[in-house]
Design a protein around this ligand. Structure first.
Ligand SMILES: Cc1cc2nc3c(=O)[nH]c(=O)nc-3n(C[C@H](O)[C@H](O)[C@H](O)COP(=O)(O)O)c2cc1C
Ligand SMILES: Nc1ncnc2c1ncn2[C@@H]1O[C@H](COP(=O)(O)OP(=O)(O)OP(=O)(O)O)[C@@H](O)[C@H]1O
Length: 291
């Protein structure tokens, strides 16, 4: 897979070197089962038409530029992680647009002309709720109009589990409330972070990209593995913590000193000592009040 960063205004050289493709559109944080439906749909169309498969995403979440709702600055899959999953799904080109205030102001027709037709899109695939262009005025009803017959459009219907849309928002709410054991139902895999393990014996430090989306404070059962290693342990995540660092206590003594390209898998939430402590204080205070 080739990753092509794009800054607005899009360089003519990037447009001239682009290959005919099927383009899948979205931010794709997590590349969850709903996202995978988009990319698999686009991949099948690319195969049928003998075209390359491309994904267009953004370097920053649109919410960090568009002043509405919560600002998302931490991710289930930071860009490098997202790119790995795209590669596994058979994506040939990954366009990463720097989502600035200027990009947010691009009118929907201009976005189609410069970023879709400009990058040789012969077919565009997005989900039922995809929005594009200034004020999100472009949607999947507008896209065929804006295409002016220059590319085909496929709108993917909503992918649901337990009667709700599988979404990055849903995944964030599960992670932030410690319900990590429910993640595989919607993500198709456990919530994982890539990083490096250092230490000897049973207690080690796991260092990782601090932009990963963190779970609620508490004690978790985790698994750490890489191509040659696999071990289970406990990890206590505290609300006051050093960004990008966790302490893991493995169930067995380990002989290695350092493990690169390690993957930390969040398996189960065990206990929330901070909240338990809070509850305990609360119970104590109630007891004192009642005396
Ligand atoms: C080039 C471009 C410009 C955009 N500009 C805006 C915008 O000005 N306001 C907006 O709400 N969404 C805009 N969007 C759509 C956002 O990417 C996002 O889909 C939208 O904010 C809805 O977010 P949601 O998926 O959380 O509903 C733009 C998208 C693109 C590709
Ligand atoms: N459950 C789903 N079913 C079908 N399409 C989806 C689903 N979730 C996202 N998509 C599509 O995938 C692409 C990526 O969308 P986006 O990155 O906004 O995902 P999201 O899960 O909706 O994120 P968020 O919850 O943060 O809004 C878009 O084309 C969107 O329409």
């Amino acid at each position: 897979m080739i990753t092509i960063p794009i800054k607005h205004p899009i360089a003519r050289s990037i447009q001239e070197n682009s290959q005919s493709c099927v383009m899948a559109l979205g931010f794709f944080d997590g590349v969850h089962l709903g996202h995978q439906k988009i990319i698999r749909t686009a991949k099948k169309i690319a195969k049928d038409k003998g075209l390359k498969l491309a994904v267009m995403t953004f370097a920053q979440h649109p919410s960090s530029v568009i002043p509405k709702g919560p600002t998302i600055t931490n991710f289930i899959t930071p860009l490098s992680e997202k790119a790995e999953v795209f590669e596994q799904l058979g994506v040939n080109f990954l366009y990463v647009v720097d989502f600035t205030k200027e990009v947010a102001k691009i009118p929907h027709q201009q976005f189609v002309d410069q970023y879709l037709c400009g990058l040789n899109s012969k077919h565009v695939v997005a989900g039922f709720d995809y929005k594009y262009g200034f004020k999100g005025k472009g949607d999947m009803n507008q896209l065929p109009i804006d295409s002016e017959g220059r590319f085909g459009v496929t709108t993917v219907s909503k992918f649901e589990k337990h009667e709700q849309k599988v979404s990055s928002t849903l995944l964030r709410s599960l992670i932030s409330t410690g319900r990590v054991e429910e993640i595989p139902t919607y993500l198709g895999r456990s919530y994982e972070m890539t990083g490096e393990v250092k230490g000897k014996g049973s207690t080690c430090t796991f260092s990782f990209d601090p932009t990963y989306y963190m779970p609620s404070p508490g004690q978790y059962e985790v698994t750490v593995n890489n191509s040659k290693f696999h071990a289970k342990g406990m990890c206590e995540f505290k609300s006051i913590h050093r960004p990008g660092q966790l302490t893991i206590t493995f169930f067995d003594e380990l002989l290695f000193k350092e493990l690169k390209d390690a993957r930390l898998q969040w398996n189960n939430f065990i206990a929330d000592f901070e909240m338990d402590a809070l509850h305990a204080q609360g119970d104590l205070r109630e007891l004192e009040m009642s005396m």
